[in-house]
Design a protein around this ligand. Structure first.
Ligand SMILES: [Zn+2]
Ligand SMILES: [Zn+2]
Length: 293
């Protein structure tokens, strides 16, 4: 399996000279293997160039499986610009967390109403199929796919893809569970639930060959963003260490983070590998980077 990053930024695209090394496009990741169906995770603005690459360089890959972690803007905004949607012959299966008020299809269709976009879903040429997911697991040709709820202000899924004993876990837009209710009477019970939830996520990522995970904030930044649904780098590093993952990719970089700042953070983190720890590699996800799994 190989994983390629096409968009690594959180919240909003930030093109410009200060972000050109890691890239300014919002979340989009591609998982591929010669014989297997094409898997894409999230359709932030990075999916536009991926779509053009598929059409130009891989015209035989007409079956695409597109997974959404959730439907916040930075994970869906590239979808109307995904070239295969406009070409007959493509079969695109779309997966995402079930919503109880609107269907996944309805949510994605909304951003292609005339108010926001000049082409409507009814005019698309590809064949689309929608699959609403909860926590669980299923087979997708060669892959075993597992999904797990994350802690975010909307239903959000993390995914684990496994094949031939190798695994990649994608968990973005997640904040560790914590006790936000100041209620001494119930705090013991509440803390137990919180420990249980954090423990379940630890088991979900355990032993992954590659963990791609929300690392939006420094510890200082996190203090003023508690409850926004994102992790500090320290949170994710601790999880990666305890879960004994082999490679940890920092992902969903804060839009205010310049390349220089991100490089400094990563250089500091790499010292951690020298401490007794099973993580072999820590790096910042950047556009165009391909990771062998
Ligand atoms: Zn996001
Ligand atoms: Zn989000």
């Amino acid at each position: 399996m190989k994983l390629r990053f096409w968009g690594v930024r959180g919240s909003i695209p930030v093109p410009g000279p200060e972000t050109s090394y890691f890239g300014g496009n919002t979340s989009c990741t591609q998982l591929y293997d010669d014989d297997e169906p094409m898997v894409i995770i999230d359709a932030g603005t990075g999916i536009r160039i991926l779509g053009m690459d598929l059409v130009k360089n891989h015209p035989d890959k007409k079956e695409i499986h597109l997974f959404f972690s959730h439907t916040h803007w930075d994970h869906i905004q590239g979808l109307p610009f995904f070239a295969p949607l406009f070409i007959p012959g493509y079969k695109i299966s779309i997966y995402g967390p079930v919503h109880y008020e609107k269907s996944l299809e309805e949510i994605l269709d909304r951003q292609m109403e005339y108010t926001y976009f000049p082409v409507r879903v009814a005019e698309l040429q590809a064949e689309l199929q929608y699959h609403e997911l909860k926590e669980g697991s299923f087979d997708l040709n060669g892959y075993t796919v597992r999904s797990k709820y994350l802690n975010h202000p909307v239903l959000c899924l993390g995914y684990r893809f496994e094949k031939d004993g190798k695994s990649v876990v994608y968990c973005t837009d997640h904040e560790p569970y914590y006790n936000f209710i100041d209620d001494a009477e119930n705090s013991e019970e509440m803390n137990q639930i919180i420990d249980e939830q954090n423990g379940k996520l630890l088991e979900f990522i355990r032993g992954a060959d590659l963990l791609v995970m929300d690392s939006q904030y420094t510890s200082e930044e996190y203090h003023s963003h508690t409850g926004w649904g994102h992790s500090s780098i320290k949170h994710t590093l601790d999880l990666a260490k305890n879960g004994e993952v082999k490679k940890y990719a920092l992902f969903h970089h804060d839009p205010d983070r310049t390349d220089n700042n991100e490089k400094k953070i990563i250089a500091e983190l790499q010292k951690e590998i020298k401490n007794p720890c099973l993580i072999k590699e820590i790096f910042g996800a950047r556009e165009g980077l391909v990771v062998d799994i």
